[in-house]
Design a protein around this ligand. Structure first.
Ligand code: UTP
Length: 296
């Protein structure tokens, strides 16, 4: 059981790269077959993982008008449908589990799609001054043996009161997709890194010159894994960015807020070595992740 109680999962993006399928169903509800052979909506796996990692409440950030459909899913089926599932005990048990977890799901609305940082800002009332876990809505994660969410929540005991982000090794050609860090490993726990710089999607020259972490190969870097344990001061930073209209490529980006938070109070990263992430954001990623994720 983690001492961090709350988690936030933004799913309010436009999903343009998965158009036109995302025009029918939002990508975070796309079907994904689990290693147990059960077909679930992508978002469902977040709830299962967060439940397993001991989180008490989850806030899903949605677009206006999306809450009803997602609420209908996460609350599980009605009694009549549940009765029909009785002939399949595995699915029946799954439905009961959904009903239980559904009670712990909250919603916040992002009225304009102004970027990931802006989406996170909508969770400020839900978070209400506590440290919280943030998961990228269109990724899934798998740990061995514990869920990455639980591993990161444990790292908070080394980083508190500073935020800690999960990172993993990426190559130079992956830099265009990830926030990337520089930093120094802690002698007592080399998987923990005291971060000295965070840059969103750096070009390879910048990364080679200023985003080094010891113990990596020549052209290896540490990039965002898609999961962060954030100190609640992130909301003050995001509020200032929104007030002062500080945007990158037209959006309020979380990575910039994280770099500001680092300058103000310090920041840590946890290198995920055994855990994996699955990206469902583009058609080709979705296809590859579907096949990969279903493997036990
Ligand atoms: P992406 O950066 O993949 O953006 O968001 P997107 O809008 O979903 O997809 P494209 O780029 O148009 O294809 C990463 C996660 O952040 C959420 C998304 O729902 C996704 O789960 N997000 C993004 C928001 O909640 N709000 C935003 O304004 C942007």
């Amino acid at each position: 059981m983690s001492s961090i109680r709350k988690a936030v999962v933004p799913v309010a993006g436009l999903g343009t790269r998965l158009f036109p399928a995302s025009h029918a169903v939002k990508k975070e509800l796309f079907p994904v077959v689990g290693p147990d052979g059960i077909a679930r909506a992508l978002l469902h796996y977040h709830l299962l993982d967060l439940d397993a990692a001991g989180f008490e409440e989850v806030c899903i950030i949605v677009q206006p008008g999306e809450e009803e459909a997602i609420r209908a899913y996460v609350d599980g089926p009605d009694d009549a449908y549940l009765g029909r599932l009785e002939k399949n005990p595995e699915l029946h048990a799954e439905a009961l589990r959904m009903r239980e977890f559904g009670k712990r799901v909250r919603f916040a609305v992002q009225h304009e799609q102004e970027g990931y940082g802006h989406a996170v800002h909508q969770a400020r009332d839900f978070v209400d001054g506590e440290p919280f876990l943030l998961c990228l809505g269109d990724h899934l994660f798998r740990g061995s043996p514990v869920p990455p969410a639980a591993e990161l929540a444990r790292a908070w005991s080394h980083s508190a009161p500073c935020s800690v982000s999960a990172v993993n090794r990426i190559s130079a050609d992956q830099l265009k997709g990830y926030g990337t860090i520089a930093g120094r490993r802690l002698a007592r726990n080399p998987k923990m890194i005291e971060v000295s710089r965070i840059i969103e999607k750096p070009d390879p020259e910048t990364a080679r010159a200023s985003l080094r972490v010891d113990g990596l190969g020549d052209d290896e870097f540490l990039g965002w894994f898609g999961m962060h344990l954030l100190s609640p001061s992130i909301f003050e930073v995001l509020a200032r960015m929104i007030r002062d209209d500080i945007r990158d490529k037209g959006e309020f980006q979380l990575t910039r807020a994280q770099e500001i938070q680092r300058e103000q109070e310090g920041y840590f990263a946890l290198e995920m070595t055994a855990a994996r992430r699955f990206d469902f954001g583009t058609p080709i990623d979705y296809l590859a992740a579907l096949a990969d994720f279903a493997m036990p």
